[in-house]
Design a protein around this ligand. Structure first.
Ligand code: ADP
Length: 602
């Protein structure tokens, strides 16, 4: 409080005013008092002189005329001298009676005999001229500054002498000094009182302002709940009320802004699209999680830094430059081909403008459409592959049947071989159509109603039994490893589960050369059913291992076709496994063999 600059500034001004006015008033009062006092003293001297004139008139009138003037020890003079001495003591002044020729007849402080002629004294000269005079001068007799009042004494119309009353100026000066001291003391008392009262008022006036300053500072630090408690109804009270109202509105606005900002941040954070907002200098002012992930950045490093310093993608920087230069939205695409899957990102850049329409920055939206792009490519490939796969047997069947029909004289053996080929192609067509239908059914997810407990042990055992003859024909060993006491039962659709098992064992047989071995394993592991088909076949190179699960993907097309494959088997298996909440993985080495592992929840 006492350190408040405001209070001291108020007070300093006030102190200056008080001190200056006290000084001015003090000086003026002191002067006036001095003047009045001098006038009083002169008046008092004049009165005393008048009085002395009355007292001295009889002595002067009785005094013999010129010639006997030296006889100042006459009884008249002695009586007058005594009278003057008494009066002088009583009036604390020096009284002198002087004859017309300047001879001192009597004096209250000196013996007239030793006093020189006073005719030349300035006050006597003046009184002789104008009747009465007041003069301040040095007294040779008393050897000090004196104030003299001289007056001519008239008797019966003629001047008979002079009377003079004087006061030492030191006495007057000390009286005046005393008066000035009183004035100074009074001025100091008044100034002190004024300063105290002034301090009270300065404090009273600055207190609410100091309080307001404190509250304003608290609000500026974010403490919007602070209020000023001033209850007066004057302008300061109204100012405090207005301030409180303002703080309340600010608090509400701030809460709204914070809520909006949080909401916006949440929306940004939740967006699957990457969003980068930059200011006019292209410094990143906001970047959401998706953009950080897509561009492999960290928010700490790139915030408030120029976008081109961290985002080293030409397409993004070009789009930003272009949109900021033209103020038009720019749409472009980033495509980075890779062995596994291409990265495809739609880039959308647009300028940000303020209410006045001036550009304040720009926003870049990054939409990673790699998956959509891949799915689109898969769909396109699927349509092309399916048409191609269907066209091949249809063309063969049509060609063969037309040849048979056109050539009536065809040999029976050739016709029979043609019909045989038609049969093979139609079987292929049929299995293709069946596989396509299975896939479509699985992908549409419409066979959930067939879910029931499936004894996987039974399914695997039956499938192996069905394949036994084929294995024997190819000279393949087929072993089955499972726990006969504890059957593995899973919830699922028995038809599709059987197809999964058949497809994997069938593939193992197809891609294992004669004399090889196939091992089928079924067990319960970590609460899941684990089904493995291991062969000592041709194996699959690492670069194809992911792709073999794609529809129509075949490493060796001719071989697959020759073996009656459609290229859909593994994609159907993967679909079935995932459809049952499970998964499929592959471990393989070219020339050594492959192991397909399926895990299904129980
Ligand atoms: P296909 O009808 O051609 O067998 P699949 O979808 O079942 O189609 O298999 C896709 C491709 O994966 C096959 O063409 C083959 O190249 C490869 N493949 C599948 N199983 C095996 C296996 N056990 N050993 C080696 N290659 C395999």
């Amino acid at each position: 409080m006492f350190r408040s600059q405001l209070l001291w500034r108020f007070y300093a001004g006030y102190v200056a005013v008080i001190l200056i006015s006290t000084l001015i008033v003090g000086v003026l009062v002191s002067r006036q008092v001095t003047k009045n006092s001098l006038e009083d003293i002169q008046h008092s001297l004049a009165v005393r002189t008048e009085f002395l004139a009355v007292v001295a008139t009889s002595a002067l009138s009785e005094w013999p005329s010129a010639g006997n003037q030296s006889n100042t020890v006459s009884p008249i003079a002695v009586t007058l001298q005594k009278k003057l001495e008494g009066l002088g003591d009583n009036t604390e002044s020096r009284l002198t009676v002087i004859l017309m020729d300047g001879t001192v007849l009597a004096d209250s402080q000196e013996s007239p005999q030793i006093m020189d002629n006073h005719a030349g004294r300035p006050e006597i000269v003046e009184a002789n001229k104008v009747g009465a005079a007041t003069v301040s001068r040095y007294s040779k007799t008393l050897k000090q500054q004196m104030m003299y009042r001289a007056q001519a004494v008239n008797h019966k119309g003629r001047e008979i002498g002079f009377v003079r009353v004087s006061l030492p100026l030191t006495a007057i000066d000390s009286k005046l000094a005393q008066l000035r001291l009183i004035v100074l003391f009074a001025a100091l008392v008044v100034a002190g009182a004024a300063l105290l009262i002034g301090f009270y008022f300065a404090k009273h006036f600055s207190d609410p302002l100091i309080k307001m300053t404190e509250v304003a500072e608290a609000i500026s630090r974010g403490d919007y709940d602070k209020r000023i408690t001033i209850k007066s109804n004057d302008e300061i009270g109204q100012l405090a009320k207005a301030f409180n109202r303002m703080a309340k509105i600010s608090a509400r606005r701030m809460a709204e802004i914070t809520m909006d900002r949080n909401r916006l941040a949440m929306i940004f954070a939740g967006m699957s699209e990457g969003v980068i907002a930059v200011n006019e200098q292209q410094e990143i002012i906001h970047i959401n999680e998706a953009a950080l992930k897509l561009l492999n950045l960290s928010v700490v490093n790139c915030l408030n830094k120029p976008v081109w310093e961290h985002v080293r993608i030409q397409e993004i920087n070009n789009a930003l430059e272009k949109t900021m230069a033209t103020k038009y939205a720019v749409k472009t695409q980033l495509r980075r081909p890779s062995e596994t899957s291409d990265l495809v990102v739609d880039i959308y850049a647009a300028v940000l403008s303020d209410d006045a329409g001036d550009m304040v920055g720009a926003v870049i939206v990054l939409n990673d459409i790699s998956d959509v792009d891949r799915l689109e490519r898969v769909r396109r490939d699927f349509v092309a592959n399916a048409s191609h796969e269907l066209k091949t047997p249809i063309t063969a069947i049509r060609g063969l049947s037309e040849t048979i029909l056109d050539d009536e004289e065809m040999e029976d053996s050739i016709r029979l071989s043609f019909i045989e080929k038609i049969k093979v192609q139609s079987i292929r067509l049929s299995s293709l159509v069946i596989d396509l239908m299975t896939l479509s059914r699985l992908e549409s997810g419409n066979d959930d109603q067939n879910v029931q407990p499936v004894d996987l042990t039974d399914v695997v055992r039956r499938s192996c039994a069905g394949m036994k003859m084929v294995c024997q024909d190819k000279g393949l060993s087929l072993s089955l490893e499972f726990d006969s006491d504890k059957h593995v039962v899973i919830p699922g659709d028995i038809q599709t589960i059987s197809q999964l098992v058949d497809n994997l064992i069938d593939n193992a047989i197809k891609y294992t050369p004669d004399g090889g071995g196939i091992a089928v394993l079924l067990r319960e592991q970590d609460g899941k059913a684990r089904f493995e088909v291991k062969d000592s076949g041709i194996g699959i190179s690492p670069q194809y291992q992911k792709r073999v699960f794609e529809r129509f993907y075949r490493i060796d097309k001719a071989r697959s076709r020759e073996l009656g494959g459609t290229g859909l088997g593994l994609s159907i298996v993967k679909n079935i496994a995932e459809h049952h909440g499970g998964s499929i993985s592959l471990v393989s080495q070219p020339g050594v063999g492959s192991t397909f592992i399926v895990t299904l929840p129980m």
